[in-house]
Design a protein around this ligand. Structure first.
Ligand SMILES: Nc1ncnc2c1ncn2[C@@H]1O[C@H](COP(=O)(O)OP(=O)(O)O)[C@@H](O)[C@H]1O
Ligand SMILES: [Mg+2]
Length: 390
């Protein structure tokens, strides 16, 4: 065979699927890892060159999710566009969709993860169990809800909240009045529930309706933020089955495409759905090592309409512990050698600037019993966070 004449240019790699992801946080970073294995080209639209996925060298375009032209230009080179956050305005999603862009999830489904009030109202109309709630825009409405349910109440912003930012516990009407003055669009108000277990279920759904579901997990929160994930959730088989059934039903009713995480509360009155995220989710990080197919690979397969992977656990017990920035703003990267002495743990650091209360990484351990497995993951996470006594 005659050697190709050298043009001085590198030959282009063969065409692969191109997935666009809006947002360059740690979810995009870990999706990029999965994309490499599958030979998928992941392109990221991000505002900040220091974003977690960009510092990992992911292919990217700098641009704002608020800028429709930037979104259109970005989408033009992609087979499908998906998200690592909820900040693309709904009317922009709709404009892209009308323009013929393949969006996964589609706009009407993505709205569920974007607007808690919309999600609550729709789930209630679909007879899914949800906490009692009201959209309170006046002090009189708050007063009526408090008269029915008593204090304390939980107030939320409908949009833009995460990791407990956007959730407040209100102990009396003066606190409610104060918050209402700050939030002109009103409060999503609900009773403060006595929660025995917080449960999350991850489902993936492709455009054909093919669905795969992961084991129900327990999520442990502190200050409204997820700290630990225990897989499988140490709950009864019946409760886990009920949670999985609810999640599958919801994913279909929403018309989700990709991974969807359904957060639930177990109370004395049974299971209620708290919120849903239509993207890879913190509660699914355990799947990277703890399931046959990670949530990130599954998301890529689902948004591309490819066959979904097995969700079988790879160990009897899997525990993930988040590494959260401490008040001393220690960089977990500086503690890595110490943490790596803990046997059998998997460390993921997101290379984010260490700030108090920020998710900087996570540790997953696999084992035979949850208490022992959790203990190892906790120990490594505490070493990374600079709190070895935790
Ligand atoms: N009605 C409630 N009663 C008791 N705790 C709640 C209630 N709503 C939320 N929480 C607590 O706050 C956490 C964060 O609330 P969530 O609605 O999930 O907001 P975020 O979007 O910040 O995750 C929950 O995981 C739970 O621990
Ligand atoms: Mg939540």
């Amino acid at each position: 065979m005659k050697p190709a004449a050298s043009t001085g240019q590198r030959p282009k790699p063969p065409a692969s699927a191109v997935v666009g992801m809006v947002g360059g946080g740690q979810l995009a970073r870990m999706t990029a890892q999965a994309a490499i294995s599958l030979g998928i080209e992941l392109r990221i639209l991000s505002t900040d060159p220091c974003d977690s996925a960009l510092t990992a060298g992911a292919e990217h375009v700098l641009g704002s999710p608020q800028d429709l032209n930037a979104l259109k230009d970005f989408a033009a080179g992609c087979d499908v566009v998906t998200y690592d956050h909820e900040h693309v305005p709904f009317h922009h999603q709709q404009a892209l969709y009308d323009h013929g862009v393949r969006l996964a999830p589609p706009p009407h489904a993505a709205l569920f993860g974007q607007d808690k009030l919309h999600a609550r109202r729709t789930m209630k109309a679909q007879h899914c169990p949800v906490p009692d709630f009201v959209h309170a825009r006046s002090h009189a409405e708050i007063g009526r809800f408090a008269a029915d349910h008593g204090w304390p109440l939980v107030a939320k912003t409908s949009r833009g909240g995460y990791d407990g930012r956007g959730v407040w516990i209100l102990h009396d009407s003066s606190q409610a009045r104060h918050l209402l003055r700050k939030l002109s669009q009103g409060l999503l108000l609900e009773p403060k529930l006595d929660i025995s277990t917080e449960i999350a279920v991850l489902v993936s759904r492709s455009p054909t309706g093919e669905t795969k579901i992961y084991p129900a997990v327990e999520t442990v929160q502190r200050d409204g933020m997820c700290r630990e994930i225990l897989a499988p959730a140490p709950i009864s088989v019946e409760l886990a089955a009920q949670a999985r059934h609810l999640a599958i039903r919801l994913a279909a009713e929403i018309g989700a495409v990709g991974v969807i995480a359904v957060e639930m509360f177990h109370t004395a009155d049974g299971l209620v759905i708290n919120e849903v995220a239509l993207r890879p989710h913190n509660s699914g990080h355990f799947t990277i090592e703890g399931a046959v197919t990670s949530q990130f690979e599954q998301h890529l397969r689902a948004v591309l309409g490819w066959p979904l992977g097995e969700t079988t656990p790879t160990a009897p017990a899997v525990a993930t512990v988040n590494v959260i920035g401490s008040a001393t703003a220690i960089d977990p990267a500086s503690r890595l050698p110490a943490a790596l002495t803990v046997p059998g743990i998997h460390v993921h650091l997101y290379r984010k600037a260490p700030r108090p209360g920020r998710k900087l990484g996570h540790v997953t351990a696999l084992g035979t019993t949850l208490p022992e497995t959790l203990q190892r993951a906790r120990h490594a996470a505490a070493l990374l966070g600079g709190n070895p006594d935790e």
